[in-house]
Design a protein around this ligand. Structure first.
Ligand SMILES: Nc1nc2ncc(COP(=O)(O)O)nc2c(=O)[nH]1
Length: 287
């Protein structure tokens, strides 16, 4: 029976992740307003089913988020966020998935770790809750430190840079130093340039083309381009941007580019597309 199959599955650890290729982090938004799949997976059953689909499509990690991070998204209550994602995390951990939790809230991060989550993925750039470094230091879990300026409400006004790569690297280094000063081991920290967070299209392209500057800080690098507006604008026809669901081929192309820059992982909606793209990179690189 399926239950007996599930019982045989040994829960995975972070250390079980492959280290010979760029990893694929599948996006599971348990929210009602994320820009490309908002509302589809709000109830736990549908979310768990979608999580299993991502797992079987080849996701190395599943990124479970209970709060939309799109520009202008309103802040939700951590209790609501936890009610949405904790049951999903528990089930997917039992199914053998490695789970990252996309949250800015310390209480949610703590509850998710207690539920078996392996990684905390915090898009706030430490602008949300000052207690996050201490939780990450205490628990020792890997932490994605993503660059952002301002908040979901204000970040669109902050996309002003003289040299976006140099400035984002410098601001992430500063944040990294705060986490290390709080007792977080450097190897726990995964950096992410935060494409689209207080960045316009030209900023995103510059950051994607210079991931080596982030790797030079001595950390794994995660990249999130999937279905984002800058890809829609690139593929616009007659001034109308390509719709989010039509951006998966372009996303897979950015996966190739990130893999060629030795990115640790890419965060995508279409897991199969990026796993296939990474097989192409592997085959190409072995000749
Ligand atoms: N680490 C990380 N997390 C993220 N979470 C949400 C979104 C917004 O996209 P979504 O609404 O499709 O989740 N982008 C990122 C990202 O680029 N990096």
């Amino acid at each position: 029976s399926p239950l007996s199959v599930i019982r045989k599955i040994k829960p995975k650890t972070f250390a079980d992740l492959p280290d010979d290729r760029t990893l694929v982090m599948g996006i599971l938004n348990v929210t009602e307003d994320s820009f490309s799949d908002g509302g589809k997976f709000l109830d736990s059953g549908a979310a768990i089913e979608q999580g299993l689909k991502l797992l079987y499509a080849g996701a190395d990690i599943i990124d479970v988020g209970g709060e939309s991070t799109r520009p202008g998204a309103e802040d939700i209550d951590p209790e609501v966020e936890q009610a949405r994602i904790i049951p999903v995390i528990e089930s997917l951990v039992k199914a053998g998935a490695v789970i990252s939790v996309d949250t800015m809230h310390v209480d949610t991060a703590r509850a998710a770790i207690a539920a078996g989550a392996h990684i905390i993925n915090d898009v706030s750039g430490l602008t949300h809750e000052p207690g996050m470094p201490q939780l990450i230091a205490e628990t020792g879990v890997p932490y994605v430190l993503m660059h952002r300026r301002g908040t979901a409400a204000t970040m669109v006004t902050e996309a002003n840079y003289q040299d976006v790569v140099a400035e984002v690297v410098a601001e992430l280094r500063e944040l990294r130093d705060k986490f290390v000063a709080a007792g977080v081991a450097p190897e726990q920290i995964i950096l992410d340039p935060g494409l689209g967070f207080a960045k316009d299209a030209e900023h995103n392209w510059a950051l994607l083309a210079h991931l080596e500057k982030f790797e030079a800080l001595g950390h794994k690098v995660l990249v999130g381009t999937s279905r984002k507006r800058f890809l829609g604008e690139l593929l616009a026809e007659a001034g109308k941007p390509r719709e989010p669901l039509g951006r998966d081929a372009a996303t897979a192309a950015t996966t190739v580019l990130a893999a060629r820059e030795q990115a640790w992982a890419v965060r995508v909606h279409d897991v199969q597309g990026s796993r296939d793209a990474l097989e192409v990179v592997r085959a190409y690189g072995s000749h």
